[in-house]
Design a protein around this ligand. Structure first.
Ligand code: FAD
Length: 445
């Protein structure tokens, strides 16, 4: 597939410029292209999904701390299970990302109590089972159901103390993960192209052009200018820097900063992945990790920002290390080995580093801004891969309404789920929302 278009020195024109070809930028381009607009996506990297999307664990789960957060994830899951339908009929032979339905076990932890989310599941019709410690031991091969709360550092003797009790959990059978997040972004980019969108790679947006108090275009690193009246910042961990180019952010109640993350891969403990059924995703805030199955009978291990560990804020996403560090590897895999005592831990770290785009309350911003024509899909906080299908739809709905003269700030757009029929109030993703005090303050949202 050829993405690069050469326009010589002639100024480009587009109805909409999308900054960023990650999974959410590609989804936004796809949905806006379907409205008949000429969409141009610009990314400084070499292809779709090469930014933070490429590092994603791509877990699809439904437990969030707000009703609209749960409704968005539950509706999005239906798009993943009908991925070819969502893409509007991919070409024959086109490789597609696959949703792996493994279920997710959420271990009890005071920081995200089941009493907060289960009533929302009941209201919205999200299926779940409540498990005792005995159920947990019975249903998840090799798990230790001990309670170790609160998470402790490895250099704290208390880390090595025995369990103080037993944990229960709840299980959502429809959760899982997408097997290849970068391929999902490519699928969306291909679908956008089939609907007329154009992609320009290896070009950085260096300034946002204004005229008469509105967006008038963007300037690129190669000296070209693109004339447009609508720009959408889907810059992932670079999104706050892109907002600075536009001079927006002052009226935001939510701030957004890049944060380093590491994800590690090990051989799964014996029995975790059966021949015809992979083991479940396990969200373990009791110890401060999550795990999910990985290719080749593997297990992927990530962190959930336990309070005992420093948050690794970055000034710039480029400051992220390229390779996993021994210290974070040791902390995360030792916690995982506590939960799965059969896990074998090699001495040398194996995994990847990535960068979250963390918002104050760990929920995204899908919104317009104070600059007419400038929109943002940002602050995805390590938890919005799963919502990419809907994020694109939200952005198309907001742009269409606002460009038609609708006051989205005063009267927020509402989205009705195609599969679930649920109404989602997009005020939940406003740049000016009250900070959600029920947030877990972690990647769980
Ligand atoms: C380690 C890790 C694990 C994760 N696990 C999960 C998970 O299990 N489940 C889940 O739902 N979510 C998860 N996430 C979050 C999810 O992956 C992100 O929310 C999502 O991929 C963000 O997509 P995006 O399109 O907004 O950003 P990105 O994929 O980062 O894309 C942004 C793009 O913008 C481009 N760009 C930025 N500035 C400019 C500029 N000035 N000019 C040109 N181009 C520019 C960049 O090059 C980049 O390609 C995880 C994230 C990480 C890092």
């Amino acid at each position: 597939m050829k993405f690069l278009v050469d326009h010589g020195s002639v100024n480009l024109r587009a109805d909409v410029v999308v900054i960023g070809a990650g999974v959410i930028g590609a989804s936004t381009a796809f949905e806006l292209a379907k409205t008949g607009r000429r969409v141009l996506v610009i990314d400084k990297l070499a292809g779709p999904g090469q930014g933070s999307t490429s590092a994603s664990s791509a877990v699809v789960r439904f437990n969030y701390s707000t009703r609209d957060g749960v409704a968005t994830a539950w509706e999005s899951k239906h798009h993943w299970t009908d991925w070819a339908g969502h893409l509007g009929g991919p070409q024959a032979g086109e490789p597609l990302a696959k949703f792996m339905r493994t279920g997710l076990v959420m271990l009890d932890a005071p920081i995200a109590p089941p009493g907060r989310v289960l009533p929302i599941f009941d209201e919205l019709g999200v299926p779940y089972e409540v498990w005792s410690a005995a159920d947990l031991a019975d249903r998840v091969p090799g798990i230790d159901a001990g309670r170790y709360w609160p998470p402790k550092r490895l250099d704290d003797d208390a880390f090595w103390a025995g369990a103080t009790g037993e944990l229960g959990a709840f299980f959502t059978p429809d959760a899982g993960f997408v097997d290849d997040p970068q391929l999902a972004a490519l699928n969306l980019a291909d679908a956008a192209r089939r609907n007329g969108a154009t992609f320009l790679f290896h070009r950085e947006i260096t300034s946002i052009v204004r005229a008469n108090g509105k967006v008038a275009g963007v300037d690129l690193s190669d000296g070209q200018r693109v004339e447009t009246s609508v720009v959408i910042n889907v810059g992932g961990p670079w999104s706050t820097a892109v907002n600075r180019l536009a001079g927006v952010g002052e009226d935001f109640t939510i701030s957004v900063r890049p944060m380093l993350q590491e994800v590690h891969y090990l051989q799964a403990p014996p029995g975790f992945n059966a021949e015809h059924q992979l083991g479940p995703v396990v969200a373990d805030l009791d110890l401060g990790i999550y795990v999910r199955p990985a290719p080749g009978d593997g297990m992927l291990i990530g962190g959930t920002e336990p309070e005992c560990e420093p948050l690794l804020w970055l000034d710039e996403p480029e400051d992220a290390y390229l390779n996993p560090t021994a210290a974070i590897y040791e902390a995360q895999v030792t916690r995982a080995a506590r939960r799965f005592p059969g896990l074998k831990v090699p001495g040398r770290p194996r995994g990847i580093t990535g960068v979250y785009d963390v918002a104050t309350d760990w929920a995204p911003i899908y919104d317009r801004t104070s600059l007419d024509g400038f929109y943002v899909a940002m602050g995805t906080s390590g938890n919005q891969f799963k919502n990419a299908p809907l994020a694109g739809r939200f952005m198309a709905a907001i742009v269409s309404a606002v460009e038609d003269g609708h006051d989205h700030d005063a009267n927020p757009v509402r989205y009705i789920g195609e599969y679930t029929g649920l109404e989602i109030n997009l005020a939940a993703f406003s740049r000016k929302r009250p900070v959600n005090t029920a947030s877990s303050g972690t990647v769980m949202g």
